[in-house]
Design a protein around this ligand. Structure first.
Ligand code: 5GP
Length: 204
C-alpha cells in the first residue's frame, strides 16, 4: 500500500482554517483529520472527541512526559498536541492526514516528516481578521487581543510553508485547498509508487 500524505494547515486564529478544513473534508473522503488534545476549556457547541480531546493541563503534561505527542505547543495560553499513535496508525493504513495546528507545531512536524505539505491560510485584511474573531462571540476581549497580537508573529513565518491561500471567499478558498491536495497526490514519486505495476507494463 502506498504511504499517505501529511498535510498541515496553519494560519492565525480568524483566518477561517476550521471552515476551510470542513470544506476539504466534505469534498475529499480520502483525507482524515487528526483530532488534537488540548487543555483549553470547550467552547459552546464543541464536543469532546469531535472537535478536540479536552483534557486538564495536568493530564496533558503527563502525556508530554509519556512521549504521546508527535508535536505539542502552547498557543494563546493553552496547550495543544497531536497524538503520535493516531498518526502512525493512519499513515500505516495509507490515509492522507490533515493537521490543523499552529506554526510552532507545524515546524516540529516538518522536521519529523520532510515530505509533509504546509498550507498557510491568510485572512484578506487585518480588519476582516479582527471582525471574524469578534463575530465568533466565544472569546473574551483579552483572548481576542492576544490572538490579534499572535497573528502578526504567525504571519511572519509564512515562508516556512509550501502554499498560501487567501481566504476571502470561502468557496474559492475550498477549491484552492482541494486543488493543492489533488496536485500533491499527482507528484511523480507518489504516482510511481501507487502505479508501479502500470508504469512497468507501459515501459514494456
Ligand atoms: P482554538 O483554541 O481556536 O481551537 O485553536 C487555537 C490555535 O491552536 C489554532 O491556531 C490551532 O490551529 C492551534 N492548534 C489546534 N490543535 C493543535 C495541535 O494539536 N498542535 C498545535 N501545535 N496547535 C494546535
Amino acid at each position: 500500500m502506498s504511504k499517505g500524505k501529511l498535510f498541515i494547515v496553519a494560519g492565525p486564529s480568524g483566518a477561517g482554517k476550521a471552515t476551510l478544513v470542513r470544506g476539504l473534508l466534505a469534498a475529499d473522503s480520502r483525507v482524515q483529520l487528526s483530532i488534537s488534545f488540548t487543555s483549553r476549556a470547550p467552547r459552546e457547541g464543541e464536543e469532546d472527541g469531535r472537535d478536540y480531546h479536552f483534557v486538564t493541563r495536568e493530564a496533558f503534561l503527563a502525556k508530554v512526559e509519556h512521549g504521546d505527542f508527535l508535536e505539542h505547543a502552547e498557543v494563546h495560553g493553552n496547550l495543544y498536541g497531536t497524538s503520535q499513535s493516531w498518526i502512525t496508525e493512519a499513515m500505516a493504513a495509507g490515509q492522507d492526514i490533515l493537521l490543523e495546528i499552529d506554526v510552532q507545531g507545524a515546524q516540529q512536524v516538518r522536521r519529523a516528516f520532510d515530505d509533509s505539505v504546509g498550507i498557510f491560510i491568510l485572512p484578506p485584511s487585518s480588519e476582516v481578521l479582527e471582525q471574524r474573531l469578534r463575530n465568533r462571540g466565544t472569546d473574551s476581549e483579552e483572548a481576542i487581543v492576544r490572538r490579534l497580537a499572535n497573528a502578526r508573529g504567525e504571519i511572519g513565518r509564512l515562508e516556512e510553508f509550501d502554499y498560501a491561500i487567501v481566504n476571502e471567499h470561502i468557496d474559492q478558498a475550498v477549491r484552492d485547498i482541494v486543488g493543492i491536495v489533488r496536485a500533491e497526490r499527482c507528484r511523480v514519486p507518489a504516482q510511481a509508487e501507487r502505479h508501479c505495476a502500470l508504469i512497468s507494463s507501459l515501459k514494456g
